[in-house]
Design a protein around this ligand. Structure first.
Ligand code: DX5
Ligand code: ZN
Length: 218
C-alpha cells in the first residue's frame, strides 16, 4: 500500500487556521491529524469540539482525531458528531479497550489504539484483530516539535510481524518527530501513516514538505 501523510494541525498557525486547512486540502496529504489534549493525561491542553467542527467545515480530507484525554469513553460520540472519521484512544487511558474500540466502530469511525513509547507493542496482541490502526507514539505525547525516539523503528517492525500474523489489514501510524529525515526509514520499517506537525507547518514551503514525504526514495 502507498503510505499516507497526515499533517498535525497542532503545529498550525491558529490565527489563520482556515488558510492552513486549505493548504492541506490543496496538498498531497491524505488526512488531517487532530490532537486533543486535556491537561490530565498529558501535560498540555490543545483544543476541543468547537475548533474541530470549524476545521471539519472546511476540510476536504478525513479527520484523524488522536485523543490524549483521561476519559475518552465519555466523549466518543461527541467527537464523531464534531467530524472525526478516524478516532484513536490511548491504551493507557482505557480499562476496557475492547469496549472502547467496539464503540468507535459502532459509531461509524475507523478505530485506532495508541501506545506510549514506554509500552511494548505486545500489549496490543489481544485487541489487534479488532483494530483498524495502531498509532505508535514516537515521542512522549503532549507537545509538537520533540525529538524522534529511535527505538520506534524496532517497535514498528515488531508490530508489523504481529500484523502479518493477526490482521493483515491493520495500518501502522507513527506520530512524533517525523519529517523528511526519517520518513523513508519509517515506511521501510513498516509504517503506513506518517503524522508530521512541525516538519510541515514550520517549513518554508509546507506543500513541498508534504510532497517530499509522499515521494520517498530509499
Ligand atoms: C504529540 C502529538 C503529535 C504532534 C506531532 O503529542 O500527538 O501529533 O503534533 O508534532 P511533531 O510532528 O512536531 O513532532
Ligand atoms: Zn498526535
Amino acid at each position: 500500500m502507498e503510505h499516507l501523510v497526515a499533517p498535525s494541525l497542532l503545529s498550525a498557525n491558529f490565527l489563520r487556521l482556515e488558510e492552513e486547512v486549505q493548504m492541506v486540502n490543496r496538498s498531497r496529504a491524505d488526512l488531517f491529524h487532530v490532537d486533543v489534549m486535556d491537561g490530565h493525561f498529558v501535560p498540555n491542553i490543545s483544543f476541543g469540539f468547537s475548533i474541530i467542527r470549524q476545521i471539519k467545515s472546511v476540510a476536504r480530507k478525513p479527520l484523524d482525531v488522536h485523543l490524549m484525554i483521561s476519559k475518552p469513553d465519555d466523549y466518543l460520540e461527541a467527537f464523531r458528531d464534531a467530524g472525526a472519521n478516524w478516532l484513536s484512544v490511548h491504551y493507557e487511558t482505557c480499562a476496557h479497550l475492547h469496549r472502547s474500540i467496539s464503540q468507535i466502530k459502532k459509531l461509524g469511525m475507523k478505530a485506532g489504539a495508541v501506545i506510549n513509547p514506554h509500552n511494548n507493542v505486545e500489549l496490543l496482541r489481544g485487541i489487534l484483530p479488532d483494530l483498524d490502526y495502531v498509532l505508535l507514539m514516537s515521542v512522549n505525547p503532549g507537545f509538537g516539535g520533540q525529538d524522534f525516539i529511535p527505538a520506534t523503528y524496532g517497535r514498528i517492525k515488531e508490530l508489523a510481524l504481529m500484523r502479518d500474523e493477526l490482521n493483515p489489514e491493520l495500518l501502522i501510524e507513527v506520530d512524533g518527530g517525523v519529517g523528511l529525515h526519517n520518513a523513508a526509514l519509517l515506511v521501510e520499517s513498516g509504517a503506513d501513516v506518517l503524522v508530521a506537525g512541525s516538519a510541515v507547518f514550520q517549513s518554508k514551503d509546507p506543500e513541498l514538505a508534504i510532497s517530499g514525504m509522499k515521494d520517498l526514495t530509499s
